[in-house]
Design a protein around this ligand. Structure first.
Ligand code: ADP
Length: 470
């Protein structure tokens, strides 16, 4: 059964149930109120008759109904102590032979009862007539009236309430169906789009929603679109990754195979070919190592030491090392250096610095400069690497820490064969695993600034801890 039908039925049932209860309450209240009215009227009549006939005074009872002004629908009988009929009203002679309420006659107290006499439903009040001053019952007065008007009102009430309930149930059913349709319509679009996406394998599609974005459906669609965006990014990254890995693997493998073929043809091992093979194998090993490290980092299993690291010494060490790489092509200098201690894995932190400075050297044209700085800011260490290169295009900035992401220019331009688009992701994960943060921004007028924030060492480090720090 569809959700629409279930909701429409639920609305109908709730409306029906509520109106049924309401109808029952109205029916009972109206019936009680009408019966009360009859009872008040009978009481009034009985009191009036007793007063007019002075029936509660000593002596034989003498009531002449021809002298009493009675409403035509009222029937009155007066019964003696031996159940003999002493007097009666003449308006309903068919009832003369029997008591209007035999049980009321015997009850010995004032009582209202419903009775049926000669197929007529009556409301009867029986009142014992007692001589004032004594408790002796000398007669019982019974006053009755037809209950037909109440019955008629009750029948009309039942009819009106039933029809009203039925109409309200039908209306509630339609209203439920309509409103559920309105709510579910956008969800159908979601289902349709999701099916189309699956069929056409097209993650670039998004779901359009005309309603307010802050309502429940709007939020659902927003979440769905965000999921699609994320999936699209993941698939694109994966496609890029496959293309990149394929490309990166083919080049060294072709070189290795070429050199082996050459040596086989020449029937001797040649040093130059061996060196080339060695270099390519190194490159492949590095790439596989990077991939493994990233896989470990992303699953939270990157092995990390936790020792005291002097960041200033580390920075100077890396600077010396990288100056060899920059040769005279670029100026590498330190702008500011504080003595800073952090807890962490020295080799991994060095790897981050080598990656950042290596990138700066790779992307900055000859004659440019690379500036390093290390300072304490509040309770954190701030380490920055800034270059005067071309900067990173705004569209690449949000993605450069993603795995295998390489700026378009770097992809086409990088001929040194060293970059896989993994360096910054590894740097990101290492810094994160140290409880820190890495940011990137473009520098004015040109260039890039990478800033690393790390928590300063407090007390002692948990020496030789293996596994993720945080
Ligand atoms: P790659 O191996 O391509 O250098 P990275 O992960 O180290 O991979 O860097 C990702 C991308 O970020 C690079 O392809 C490049 O487009 C961009 N990038 C990183 N550092 C710099 C920099 N200093 N100047 C300009 N672009 C940079």
């Amino acid at each position: 059964m569809s959700l629409r039908v279930r909701l429409a039925l639920l609305y109908t049932a709730i409306m029906g149930g509520t109106l049924l209860l309401f109808g029952a309450a109205v029916y009972i209240t109206v019936s009680i109120s009408l019966t009360n009215q009859l009872d008040r009227m009978l009481e009034y009549v009985a009191r009036d008759i007793i007063a007019q006939t002075k029936a509660s005074t000593p002596g034989p009872i003498q009531i002449d109904f021809s002298t009493i002004d009675l409403s035509p629908d009222l029937l009155v009988q007066v019964w003696g102590p031996n159940q003999e009929l002493l007097a009666y009203s003449y308006n309903l002679p068919g009832y003369l032979q029997t008591s209007l309420d035999p049980e009321g006659l015997r009850s010995g107290k004032s009582i209202f009862r419903n009775t049926v006499v000669a197929d007529d439903e009556l409301r009867v009040l029986s009142v014992p007539l007692v001589i004032s001053g004594s408790n002796r019952v000398i007669a019982v007065l019974q006053a009755a009236v037809l209950r037909e008007p109440i019955g008629a009102t009750q029948r009309v009430l039942v009819f009106v309430l039933s029809i009203g309930t039925l109409i309200a149930m039908v209306v509630a059913g339609f209203a439920g169906w309509y409103s559920t349709n309105q709510v579910l319509e956008p969800l159908e679009v979601v289902t349709e789009t999701a099916t189309q996406i699956t069929r056409a394998d097209d993650l670039s599609r998004r779901i359009m929603y005309q309603g307010p974005p802050e309502d429940e459906v709007g939020q659902l669609i927003q979440a769905f679109n965000q999921t699609l965006e994320r999936l699209e990014n993941l698939f694109n990254t994966q496609r890029r990754f496959l293309a990149d890995v394929g490309h990166e693997l083919r080049t060294p493998l072709t070189v290795i195979k070429g050199n082996i073929d050459l040596m086989r043809r020449m029937n001797c091992t040649d040093d130059e070919s061996m060196d080339s093979i060695n270099n390519e194998v190194d490159r492949l090993t590095r790439m596989v190592g990077d991939l493994l490290l990233l896989a470990q980092a992303e699953t939270g299993n990157m092995p990390l030491a936790s020792k005291t690291v002097e960041l200033d010494t580390l920075m100077l060490e890396v600077l010396q090392q990288m100056r060899v790489l920059a040769k005279d092509r670029l100026i590498l200098k330190i702008e500011e250096i504080d003595q800073v201690l952090v807890c962490g894995d020295e080799d991994r932190l060095k790897q981050v610095l080598v990656n950042l400075i290596g990138n700066a050297i790779k992307y900055t044209p000859a004659g440019g400069e690379i500036i390093l700085s290390l300072a304490k800011v509040d309770n954190r260490a701030r380490l920055s690497v800034s270059d005067s290169g071309p900067g990173i295009p705004a569209e690449d900035l949000p993605h450069i820490f993603e795995r295998f992401y390489r700026g378009e220019k770097s992809r086409t331009r990088s001929k040194d064969g060293k970059g896989f688009g993994l360096g910054l992701s590894i740097a990101y994960w290492i810094v994160r695993s140290h409880g820190g943060q890495i940011d990137v921004a473009n520098r004015e007028p040109t260039g890039t600034v990478f800033t690393i924030w790390l928590p300063l060492m407090e007390g002692k480090c948990m020496e030789d801890k293996t596994g993720p720090l945080k």
